[in-house]
Design a protein around this ligand. Structure first.
Ligand SMILES: C[S@@+](CC[C@H](N)C(=O)[O-])C[C@H]1O[C@@H](n2cnc3c(N)ncnc32)[C@H](O)[C@@H]1O
Length: 252
């Protein structure tokens, strides 16, 4: 997928995941100290960093990513949202020894842990970065968003996702890990796991239809027939969004 399409898709997550982010950040807010310093690992285009800086009272966010393009985009979004003073960016490869991040109250990793070459190393580094009693938040996708459930095109979408899952597995990505157990092995305690079901019903607004186009567009070449479905998405009234996330909270 072209980088700008990935950025666009991650930005559009803000709209699709807004209720989920509100619930999740409220939960984190109940567990975190006041005015926390949050480190957002693999912050991407900034959807999590911006939501945290906006909705977690007094939060100061350090957004870490290996991609300078992502961080430049994140910085521009933060400035445009009037949150520039609350968000710092750090370019770093989290598969290598971590830079000094200062005292950290919350480590937030949304859809980024599965990218790490060695999740055990990343979790031990997160443990070392946190203050005693600090909070680890890992959010991962159980399933990528489905838009065509209950429509005649459900099967072609399911096949495309099956192919993409296979490719991610072959590329060595750590999807569907038990992050709670891995966090425990890295020294974290008090692990809590919660599932979030995200469902948007038809008709979807145009921003979410664009999200469907970008998300399904990146799967287009995998299964014959999907390209035609993608080019016909605009104007359809039977599209919905179905996706599930699992979130683990744990303490240093
Ligand atoms: C799927 S995106 C998730 C972005 C963001 N957390 C969100 O929820 O929208 C994964 C991000 O992790 C970053 N990433 C992947 N491997 C990394 C590494 N070794 N060190 C730092 N960042 C990494 C990528 O550049 C990308 O921005």
């Amino acid at each position: 997928m072209a980088h700008d399409h990935l950025i666009e898709m991650l930005d559009l997550d803000a709209q699709v995941l807004s209720d989920y982010h509100r619930d999740l950040i409220a939960w984190v807010g109940r567990e975190a100290p006041a005015n926390p310093h949050v480190v957002d690992l693999g912050a991407g285009s900034g959807t999590g960093s911006l939501a945290l800086a906006r909705d977690l009272p007094g939060a100061r966010v350090t957004a870490v990513d290996v991609s300078p393009d992502m961080l430049a985009h994140l910085r521009a979004r933060a400035e445009a949202a009037g949150l520039g003073d609350h968000i710092a960016t750090v370019e770093a490869d989290l598969d290598r020894p971590w830079p000094a991040l200062g005292p950290v109250d919350v480590v937030w990793a949304a859809s980024s842990m599965h990218h790490m070459a060695d999740p055990g190393f990343a979790l031990r580094s997160a443990h070392a970065a946190l203050r005693p009693g600090g909070l680890l938040v890992i959010a991962e996708l159980d399933s990528f968003p489905r838009f065509l459930v209950g429509t005649p095109d459900e099967e072609v979408e399911a096949q495309a996702h099956a192919e993409a899952d296979k490719a991610r597995h072959e590329a060595g990505m750590h999807m569907h890990e038990n992050w709670g157990a891995l966090a425990g092995r890295a020294g974290f305690t008090d692990v809590v796991e919660r599932k979030f079901e995200i469902a948007l019903e038809p008709p979807l607004d145009s921003g979410v239809v664009r999200y469907a186009e970008v998300s399904l567009g990146r799967l287009g070449e995998r299964v014959p027939g999907l390209d035609g479905v993608v080019s016909g998405l605009r104007g359809r009234e039977d599209l919905s969004v179905r996706t599930e996330r699992t979130v683990w909270l744990a303490r240093r």
